[in-house]
Design a protein around this ligand. Structure first.
Ligand code: B12
Ligand code: SF4
Length: 541
């Protein structure tokens, strides 16, 4: 059978790549077409204020706060008529017997439009939807597609491809003349080693930038430095904003967290390291640092057989120092902590994250002592957060060792996740207030600012009302850091070349004058007042 898999706004689409591999293994012909890339877009605070309260049925935006002052969201870039024609033309030429569309909640509208166009151009080709959104919202999705796959799609797609008329495939819902057939959910595959590796660059195409382009993995830049893989499926935790608790409920009674064998995971890394020019392996497991026995075997074999730097998520409730020690000796380069909130109320009652903050701090300190780079994720812009909660998050970030990267993301509320049904008192802080706190969080990365200074800034009502001023300072700090880093690299380069010394003094001043020149007057005044404040505190230390 000839199958086209379509991925609107998601070029990673690991789940669909798994399905493509399994279908090929069973002798089917598969084309993967990425229909435009997932992009981010800067938005103003005013726009965000409106986006935060979407009309019923529309998803909340996914945002990130950066020092540059821009907020980005998973933004479906409009499709040009040329792109529609290229996309539909490619499909018409390919003459698929079955079309699969993969989607998440943010890409639901795009998948809807793609399906509408497909149905008018290729009315006789059945369309099946799959992915996390149809999995947790099947009733909504079966109204839009001929079939919906709930849960893992590998086996279901193979059975469907073998006999497209079958109506009893586990995990599939399908529309038929007699109504909707809702088959039971398929049990999870327990032996993940039975799947082949995900497919990259095989009969793969992208429609974007008014072009249709083949994407062979041998293209330089295909992986953009990041290879995507996972050694596990599932997560032991049930945070209220995450899909895992919904999936666990759907698959109740089954072993939800499963891991590939070390051998199977290593074989993939070995093969990919041989075939492609990769800098390392960031494992995308929901929590990578867990199961000491598995990690010990991995740590024993990985350096010899792969040897590239690697990293992944760590969680104080299942990760410990021994695991970190073992992995650090095997090339572990970075660990990512889901810090999310420093408020016990928000972490426990709103997010259902019940580990202790002391445990995060202790584990992070240990990771730092092992020479690991630290990455922290923080969730902000939650309607249940008060400013007292934000202050606690700031305090926790100040206690943690300095990270290489701090990602401050806006909480996305996607039904039917539990967070969308909580009935707790709401604070609904204005966007400017969140902007103010988010920038303070980002500033904790710069340890030249002492904790008392940051706390003093957090009490400043002028800055709270004018977070642009704080943003300018945060940006200056970031630019200064980049300039120092670059000049360090430059120094090293010069030293290697001829032993010359270079001077990095004055960069701070340069950064200040750089932003000062670009700012409107009232903001510049705000910046000056923050800098004066910082300088005074520094002199007093
Ligand atoms: C890696 C990742 C990303 C990557 C890559 C995206 C991707 N889809 O691969 C990046 C960083 C780009 C990303 C971005 C975002 N992500 Co993300 N991401 C993930 C993550 C951690 C892994 C996805 C994965 O590969 N899973 C493993 C595979 C095997 O499972 P799967 O994708 O579900 O696929 C299986 C089935 O669903 C099914 N299937 C999948 N597609 C299809 C298609 C067909 C036709 C069929 C039949 C079956 C089928 O079969 C697959 C194999 O069994 C998940 C969490 C998770 N652990 O799954 C979140 C997750 C998908 N992301 C999420 C979110 C919210 C986002 C963002 C909005 C975040 C942001 N702040 O911007 C954006 C939106 C991006 C977008 N375009 O949709 C949510 C989505 C919730 C929802 N209701 O949609 C998730 C579920 C995490 C969560 N918090 O709950 N993400
Ligand atoms: S720990 Fe992460 S992946 Fe696991 S349930 Fe919580 S948010 Fe989801």
């Amino acid at each position: 059978m000839r199958i086209a898999l379509l991925s609107p706004y998601d070029d990673r689409c690991y789940g669909m790549r798994m399905i493509a591999s399994v279908l090929r293994q069973h002798g089917h012909e598969v084309a993967l077409i990425i229909f435009k890339q997932f992009v981010v877009k800067p938005v103003s605070l005013e726009q965000l204020e409106a986006l935060r309260h979407p009309p019923p049925g529309k998803p909340s935006p996914a945002t990130e706060t950066l020092e540059e002052g821009d907020y980005y969201l998973s933004y479906p870039e409009p499709v040009s008529e040329t792109e529609w024609q290229l996309f539909l033309g490619k499909l018409t030429d390919y003459r698929p017997d079955l079309i699969g569309v993969g989607l998440t909640t943010p890409t639901y509208e795009a998948a809807l439009e793609v399906t509408r166009r497909l149905k008018s151009e290729l009315p006789n080709v059945p369309v099946i939807w799959g992915g996390i959104h149809p999995t947790i919202n099947p009733e909504q999705c079966i109204e839009q597609a001929d079939m919906v796959c709930i849960g893992e799609g590998e086996h279901a797609m193979v059975e469907l491809a073998q006999d497209p008329e079958r109506t009893d495939v586990l995990g599939l819902w399908r529309r038929s003349h007699g109504g909707i057939v809702r088959n039971r959910i398929r049990p999870l595959e327990q032996d993940l080693d039975s799947f082949p590796f995900a497919s990259w660059g095989e009969n793969e195409w992208i429609v974007d930038w008014n072009q249709l382009v083949a994407l062979p993995a041998s293209n330089r830049g295909y992986f953009r430095g990041i290879y995507f893989t996972m050694t596990q499926r599932g997560c032991p935790f049930s945070c209220t904003y995450c899909f895992n608790h919904v999936r666990k409920e759907q698959q109740r009674g089954e072993r939800y967290v499963r891991r590939r064998s070390v051998e199977h995971s290593l074989a993939e890394c070995e093969q990919r390291a041989r075939d492609f020019d990769l800098p390392g392996f960031p494992f995308n497991d929901d929590v990578f640092v867990k199961d000491l026995e598995w990690l010990e075997e991995f740590a024993e074999k990985y350096p010899r057989r792969v040897g590239l730097p690697f990293g992944g998520y760590i969680h104080p409730a299942v990760s410990d120092k021994e695991m970190v020690r073992v992995l650090a000796g095997a090339g572990l380069r970075f660990v990512t902590f889901g810090v999310q909130s420093g408020s016990q109320y928000i972490a426990h009652e709103v997010y259902n994250r019940r580990h202790s903050f002391d445990a995060i701090v202790e584990l992070a300190q240990f990771c730092e002592s092992q020479g690991l780079e630290l990455v922290y994720d923080v969730l902000s812009n939650c309607e249940y957060e008060s400013e007292a909660d934000c202050l606690q998050t700031l305090r926790l970030l100040m206690r943690l060792p300095r990270p290489r990267l701090l990602q401050v993301k806006g909480l996305g509320v996607f039904p039917p996740m539990k967070i969308s049904t909580l009935r707790l008192p709401k604070h609904c802080l204005p966007e400017t207030t969140f902007e103010f706190w988010n920038l303070l969080y980002l500033m904790t990365r710069h340890r030249e600012i002492a904790a008392e200074q940051l706390l003093a800034l957090s009490r400043d009502e002028y800055l709270k009302a004018h977070p642009e001023a704080l943003r300018a300072v945060a940006l200056a700090l970031k630019q200064k850091e980049a300039a120092v880093r670059n000049s360090r690299e430059e120094i090293e380069r010069l030293q290697k070349a001829g032993g010359r010394e270079a001077n990095v003094r004055g960069l701070w001043r340069k950064a200040r004058s750089l932003i000062g020149r670009r700012l409107p007057k009232p903001v510049a005044e705000g910046v000056r007042s923050v800098l004066t404040h910082l300088r005074r505190a520094e002199a007093g230390r």
